[in-house]
Design a protein. Sequence first.
Length: 186
Amino acid sequence: MDIGSTIRAIRKRKDITIAQICEDTGLSQGFMSQVETNKTSPSIATLENIANALKVPLAYLLLRKEERMQIVRKTDRKVTTSGPERLKVEHLSAAKNMRMMLVELPPGASTGDEPHAHEGEEVHMVIKGRIYAEQGEDAAEFGEGDSFSWNACTPHLVRNIGEEDAIVLISVYTESERAESYYDQQ
């Protein structure tokens, strides 16, 4: 772990000197220097004192870089197409086992001729338009602002039943990092 670099970056961003940290924590400047250069590993109690002096949660200091906030600007979204109808999929964000996408379905378009299944759980929210969704024996129509969720291992289908493009916000959670949903296909 690179806790020392994280401490140094926060300290510099907040314009706090090593001397100020030492005054707040009772630690020596030499020790703090070794912590910031990752030459020593402080105890959890010492890290908690440092976190308090920096006014950040202790847990934040323990996060790996890939676990911290990931930002995807609108202009930087990955855009793919999916399925035989080439649905437009904007990939909004991805965490270790979760992905979030905006899927655009033209009028009459669906996720396929037949229901499909894959690993994971999905949550859908209709942003624009009207859609029909079915999973097994359950089926319903949804409009703007409506949401639904399901376990994706049961075959399911989504279809635009409106006269305009439908846009659906979809979040997919999977147990494995590499599991793919219908919308990940290109």
